[in-house]
Structure formats: C-alpha cells, structure tokens
Design a protein around this ligand. Structure first.
Ligand code: HXC
Length: 268
C-alpha cells in the first residue's frame, strides 16, 4: 500500500531498531528507509540480520546490522556506539526486540518470567539508557537545537488480563511505565520525545502465530471491530507519525494500533 507520507519525511535521520531484522521491527526499518532514514538493525541472529540488510539495500536503503542481545549491557553499549560511528549520529531509537511464549502461570518458572522481563522491559530501558548520550539535545553527533526520539513497542494485553501471558503482560506494563517516565524526565531535561505503540494482532508476525492460532480466522474474526487483522504496514505508518515532526507535540503516549479490538474484547 502506498504511504500517505511524503517520501522525504525522515530524510537525513538515523534510526537504530532493536529486533529490526524481522517482523514488525523489520517493517518499521523498511518504511523508515523508504522515507529517507538510514537504519541500523540490532538482533541476535547473524543470518537473519544479514538477509534483512540485503533486502533493505536492494531497496536503495542505507542499512547496517549489528549482532547483539538487549539483555547484555555491553552489547547495548557496543551497538549504539557502532551505530554512531557508522552514521555519525542517532536520531531515533526503536525498541522492538521482544520474547514470548504461551505458558500457564503455574507452569512458568520464575526464570522464564525473568527472561521475558529481561528482554522486553530491562532491554528497553538498557537501550534507552545507552543511547541517551547520542539522543539528548547537544549530545554526541547532535546540534544544540533538538533532541532525538524513542519509540517502544508494547501491546494491549496488560490493559486487562490474559491467559498464559503473565510474563508478557508484566513486561509490557513495565515498558509503558518506562515510556511515560522517560518522556517526563528526558522530555524536560533533554528534549527527547518518548512514545510507544501497542499493536493488536498483526498478520505475518511471530507474535500472532505463537499467540493467536487458527481460531482468529473464524470465530474471533466475527468479534473484531474491523473484522480483520492489522498489517505490519499499519504499525510502521504509526511509527513514522510518532518519530517524525508530524508527532512533534506527542510525548509519553502509547498509540494503540488494533482497529479498536481491545475495546470490545481484549485478548492480545
Ligand atoms: C515455558 C519457557 C518457554 C516455554 C522458555 N521458557 N520457553 N517456559 N514455556 N515455551 C523458559 C525456560 O524454561 C527458561 O526457564 C527460561 O524461559 C529461559 O529460556 P531460554 O530458552 O534459556 O531462553 P532464551 O534461549 O534466551 O530464549 C528466549 C525466549 C525465546 C523468549 C524464551 O522464546 C525467544 O527468544 N523467542 C524469539 C523471540 C520471540 O518470541 N519474538 C516474538 C515476540 S511477540 P528455566 O526456569 O527452565 O531456566 C511479542 C508479542 C507480545 O512480543 C504481545 C502479544 C500480544
């Protein structure tokens, strides 16, 4: 689908995207690139990163990838540094790396709970923390007139409760709290805007195939306000809005991209 945004809306921007080599993160990287940004991808799997970069390059997008695990602070430090060294600045950080599996709370080990908290919540904070010196107004590679932007990928499942997702619900709730608190502190101190996106069920994602199997194609569809799944494109367009000047007065918000589903029957 054609973008409603001008092709140069992100011209000259540099974006670092964790989990950027697959799923929603990769679509965000692709659309940012198509709208003029240079993109750095961070992920754990070299092969997936390599193939993502070659797809982006084939589209004429300036792209590079760095292996790293957001659970490791030294990886976070190295990847933001490498991004800065390669592109000379960082304007946008997108925290899209996430882990997930369905398991009842009874069967979930504390270490399983911790693992998802470590990836989603602590990983998000770690990346924000390590990127701060590049994102803040007057920081490394920036001029003194503006700060950068952070975008955290969240979910809607923690707005109420959900089956077999206590670890993810807790992790995403922590991400939303982090979004709001950093928006307040870093908006005030460093001119950085911090926002989130909460996607509903999005077709073609690992999250959907893991969490919402076939039932979505029949009964669940009837209960869906828009009677269809979202697309990765929908999330990427919201991301462009939030990180570009179109969203310049939006700070501390988490934008729900689910066609209104959570209003009627929160499940994902
Ligand atoms: C129960 C599990 C489990 C499972 C792992 N664990 N998988 N417990 N059921 N299916 C437990 C393990 O037993 C272990 O605890 C602990 O978690 C750590 O497991 P490891 O395998 O050592 O972890 P690791 O290799 O680091 O793998 C991380 C992972 C993995 C999250 C567990 O699934 C992963 O990286 N997946 C790919 C990323 C992904 O799923 N992306 C999609 C995100 S979708 P013990 O106690 O045994 O040591 C998304 C959407 C959210 O985020 C919103 C949806 C609405």
């Amino acid at each position: 689908m054609e973008s409603p945004f001008k092709g140069d809306i992100l011209k000259g921007k540099v974006a670092l995207i964790t989990g950027g080599a697959s799923g929603i993160g990769f679509e965000i990287a692709t659309q940012f690139g198509k709208h003029g940004a240079s993109v750095a991808l961070m992920g754990r799997r070299k092969q997936v990163l390599d193939s993502a970069v070659s797809v982006l390059k084939s589209l004429g997008i300036s792209a590079i990838a760095f292996e790293g695990d957001v659970r490791k602070q030294q990886d976070a430090t190295r990847v933001v540094q490498s991004t800065f060294q390669h592109f000379g600045k960082i304007d946008i950080l997108v925290n899209s790396a996430a882990g997930n599996f369905l398991v009842s709370a009874e069967d979930l080990s504390p270490n399983g709970f911790r693992t998802v908290m470590d990836i989603d919540s602590v990983g998000t904070f770690t990346m924000c923390h390590e990127a701060l010196k590049y994102l803040k107004k007057g920081g490394q590679g920036r001029n003194s007139s503006s700060g950068g932007v952070i975008l955290n990928i969240s979910a809607t499942l923690h707005y109420t409760a959900n089956w077999y997702q206590v670890h993810v619900s807790a992790a995403k709730a922590a991400i939303d709290a982090t979004t709001r608190n950093l928006a307040l502190e870093w908006g005030t101190d460093h001119d950085i805007r911090v926002n989130g996106i909460a996607p509903g069920p999005i077709s073609g994602t690992t999250g959907l195939s893991k969490l919402a199997p076939d039932e979505l194609n029949n009964k669940e569809r009837e209960e869906r306000p828009l009677y269809k799944l979202g697309e990765k494109w929908d999330v990427a367009m919201a991301a462009i809005y939030l990180v570009s000047d179109a969203g310049k007065f939006v700070n501390g918000d988490t934008l729900i991209i689910d066609g209104g589903l959570w209003l009627s029957q929160p499940r994902y």
